[in-house]
Design a protein around this ligand. Structure first.
Ligand code: MG
Length: 477
């Protein structure tokens, strides 16, 4: 990131605010003297890099997110910890690569409704961190880190939970074989019936609805978030709003049905954007906006085999399930007017960094008894300097497939997903400059052996300190 001169004044103001927000120093304006900022992390499911207006989609209208990106920070090199749901969520929650907690297994890629395990109790979550600093904490939406009571959000640092505990296509009761298999099912008449997916809706640990009425779930998640904000506006709060959509099956409320030029997928994304706008309006009306940081990103790339019912990674290669850029690079917007310096950020960041960044702002130290992967993005957010992150690891299951170091990404192993190309181990890794060539088309391995040598050293260091956790995804009832 190269700060321009026109931002000098803004930088100074941002720096002062950042320093005031630091633990030990007293905070400025806002409802609560000396309080750390409220945090809202909004996590979409399977939304691709190219699925927001501000990230280049020509027909999906996302005016609220677009405005937040313009008035806040739009990150263009922001990554998740894995290319599928469960491990990606484990990474965000723990600030660690999911392979360390055992939430990236060998036999299964995600947890299922008959999975026996979940996020191990010894893992420290971002919610537990913020609770320690006195935050009220809520998880609204998809959890997917274990559906049994001991693994639910209420046992992982959240005071409150409302949501579907795993993917919205699970507990399916339709006869897939009769219609030519899972990927064909969606084209069959009557596929998009709420009753086909017998997923539970939980409040805290109790099932309150089954099947969850997915037509209203996006709207209800936004409403629950606003209810929690109203109830906890006098204290610091953390809301993790993890939408089940736009993961298939796609459902929208009546109000959004048939409204987007992009079709049903667009309807769904536009309803999510609408809810984000309502939450921002509430924060402003309650005088909370100047002390609240809102982050929007997605858990992994688009589920491409679903065609027009899946999203788009824009100019990035491939999608969900792969370690190509389309699988793991996501839109990411940080919004906090007056606190976060507006900019387009090309520095590297990951969802694991949210753990470290918000722990620091809350004045809680990160665990020092384990390897942490998160880094503090504060310097970039508050206009002080560049991102401390220079490296991104791309794991598939518990295996390291690729590494990005600065501008360059080396693929040691490549593999498609959901019927894509077979696993290929590259004796000479594929090497792309993903800043110049984000579509990963032009292999530079021959031209830049010195870059490959450098990345191999990074890998050797990484593997020397890697202690993989016991596979938590393997066992099923
Ligand atoms: Mg997902």
């Amino acid at each position: 990131m190269k700060p321009s001169l026109s931002y000098t004044y803004l930088s100074v103001v941002s720096l002062i605010i950042y320093l005031i927000c630091q633990p030990g120093l007293q905070a400025q304006s806002g409802a609560r003297e000396g309080a750390p900022p409220n945090v809202i992390i909004i996590f979409a499911d399977d939304l691709g890099y190219g699925d927001l207006g501000i990230y280049g989609h020509p027909t999906i209208r996302t005016p609220n997110l677009d405005r937040m990106a313009m008035e806040g920070q739009k990150w263009t090199n922001f990554y998740v910890g894995a290319s599928v749901c469960t491990p990606s969520r484990a990474a965000l929650m723990t600030g660690r690569l999911p392979v360390r907690s055992g939430m990236a297994g060998q036999t299964h890629r995600v947890l299922f409704p008959d999975s026996k395990n979940g996020l191990p109790a010894e893992e420290v979550t971002i919610a537990e961190q913020l609770k320690e600093a006195g935050y009220a904490t809520a998880c609204i939406g998809k959890w997917h880190l274990g559906h049994k009571e001991q693994y639910l959000p209420t046992n992982n640092g959240f005071d409150y939970y409302f949501g579907i505990p795993y993917s919205n296509d699970m507990d399916n009761v339709a006869d897939f074989a009769a219609v030519g298999g899972y990927f064909n099912f969606w084209k069959s008449p009557g596929a998009l019936r709420v009753e086909n997916f017998n997923v539970p809706l939980l409040r805290n640990t109790e099932i309150i609805e089954r099947p969850a009425d997915q037509r209203t779930i996006t709207r209800r998640y936004a409403e629950e978030t606003m209810g929690f904000i109203r109830d906890h506006k006098e204290e610091p709060f953390f809301v993790y709003l993890a939408h089940n959509l736009p993961h298939i099956p796609l459902f929208t409320s009546k109000e959004f049905e048939g409204t987007s030029e992009r079709g049903l997928y667009g309807d769904v994304v536009e309803e999510i954007d609408h809810g984000v706008g309502q939450i921002i309006d509430l924060l402003k009306a309650e005088g909370l906006m100047e002390n609240t940081i809102v982050v929007f990103t997605s858990d992994n790339g688009p589920w491409l085999p679903f065609g027009v019912d899946g999203g788009s990674a824009g100019l990035l290669r491939e999608g969900k399930g792969t370690t190509y850029e389309g699988g793991m690079r996501e839109p990411c917007i940080f919004y906090a007017p007056g606190m976060i310096k507006p900019a387009v950020i090309t520095d590297l960041g990951t969802t694991m960094d949210l753990f470290s960044t918000f722990s620091k702002l809350a004045g809680v130290s990160v665990p020092d008894d384990r390897v942490m992967d998160g880094l503090d993005l504060g310097p970039v957010l508050f206009g002080q300097g560049e991102s401390p992150r220079k490296t991104v690891y791309y794991y598939r299951n518990d295996e390291l497939y690729a590494v990005r170091e600065g501008d360059y990404k080396a693929h040691f192993i490549t593999q498609g997903a959901y019927g894509g190309h077979a696993k290929q181990v590259h004796e000479t890794p594929l090497l792309y400059n993903v800043n110049i060539d984000p579509s990963e088309q032009f292999d530079l391995a021959e031209k830049h052996p010195e870059v490959l040598a450098k990345i191999r050293k990074v890998v050797a260091r990484h593997e020397a300190e890697m202690d993989k956790g016991v596979d938590q995804l393997k066992d099923r009832e």
